[in-house]
Design a protein around this ligand. Structure first.
Ligand SMILES: [Zn+2]
Ligand SMILES: [Zn+2]
Length: 347
């Protein structure tokens, strides 16, 4: 199975050639539920982690009073997801089927009630593992061919889990840790990614509207330019030509590496490396959805338009990750050195 982003509605450089040098390649990961192994690129899958290397822990502080949701163990969350999937499948076959069977009620009683909050350092959770053979990794350090991303199971009161990045050479991992520790509780279900396999696809991106200079913004707003280029912007969704550009021609939604930073909540902020001042570049975007109503033109051709007919679950939310009710967490790295701290931007 491969996934194909439909061609963009038109070539945006026809509107203004000044955009041409700003084109960047992003690699959409197209995560879909599966059973990845340590040798696969994955979201939420097992990591190729050396048996003799300590598993990363987050030192906190972790304030129970700031928890967004009922804290549950990974086992609880997996059990409840199985029940929800079984229910969805049953009701897809027969709309009058019960939402829950007595057995499923029992699973809810056992796993739904929540777990005690944790004290002290807590094991981090695997978020993504990307092999360079599968996915281009910007600013990849020499000698490494594998990126592993983990995060704390707690949002630290800002609904934005603290992430940790590890670069390594897969060939140096001879003995793999087979049972990594799991946190006793996870702040909310959306912080446990459902295991997914990836089908990377490269697309071209341009900067978010707010990151363009004034002249380019004016050119994109100029309806006569669109007309002259034979480009239709009024698709019934876009408020104006700039909005059409932003939704359909600038940055791709969903999990991806590379490309341009996506700005929507805030004005663009400096992304200077705290150590050396170099501007950090987008490495990995962790997304709550692969597309939404505002970015539906990016829906892969292979995915059904009607998610209600799709199993397992909505194809626009394959990983079940939720960043503060639908946002993205964009990890940026310093191109000067992998030892410099990375930045995370939530939009
Ligand atoms: Zn933490
Ligand atoms: Zn730096």
């Amino acid at each position: 199975m491969s996934f194909t982003t439909p061609p963009r509605p038109f070539d945006v450089t026809a509107l203004t050639p000044r955009l041409a040098p700003l084109a960047r390649t992003a690699t959409r990961l197209h995560p879909r539920p599966g059973s990845p192994t340590v040798h696969d690129s994955s979201v939420g899958g097992p990591l190729l982690w050396p048996a003799d290397e300590p598993w990363p822990h987050c030192e906190g502080p972790h304030d129970a009073s700031l928890a967004e949701d009922t804290p549950r163990s990974a086992e609880d969350i997996r059990a409840l997801r199985r029940v929800r999937a079984a229910s969805a499948e049953r009701r897809l076959r027969d709309r009058r089927a019960p939402v829950r069977t007595p057995e499923e009620d029992e699973v809810w009683r056992r796993h739904g009630g929540g777990r005690p909050w944790f004290e002290g350092p807590v094991p981090m959770l695997p978020v993504a593992q990307l092999y360079a053979r599968d996915v281009p990794l910007p600013a990849r350090p020499a000698g490494s061919d594998l990126l592993q991303v983990l995060w704390c199971p707690c949002g630290h009161g800002v609904s934005e889990p603290r992430t940790a990045l590890f670069w390594r050479s897969a060939a140096t991992v001879t003995e793999v840790l087979d049972a990594p520790p799991e946190p006793p509780a996870i702040e909310k279900d959306g912080y446990l990614p459902r295991p997914c396999l990836l089908t990377p696809e490269q697309v071209t991106e341009y900067p978010s509207t707010m990151e363009l200079d004034e002249e380019l913004q004016d050119q994109l707003s100029d309806e006569s330019r669109w007309e002259a280029a034979g480009a239709e912007w009024d698709d019934g969704e876009a408020e104006d030509p700039q909005d059409f550009y932003f939704r359909n021609l600038a940055t791709a939604p969903g999990w991806k590496t590379g490309g341009w930073t996506f700005w929507s909540l805030t004005d663009p902020e400096p992304r200077d490396c705290p150590t050396c001042g170099t501007e950090e570049i987008p490495l990995l975007t962790i997304a709550s959805s692969e597309w939404d109503d505002g970015s539906v033109s990016w829906r892969p051709a292979e995915d059904p338009a009607d998610p209600a007919q799709h199993l397992p679950g909505d194809p626009s939310e394959p990983t079940l990750v939720d960043i503060r009710g639908g946002y993205t967490l964009q990890l940026h790295v310093c191109p000067a050195s992998p030892d410099h701290p990375h930045l995370q931007i939530m939009e």
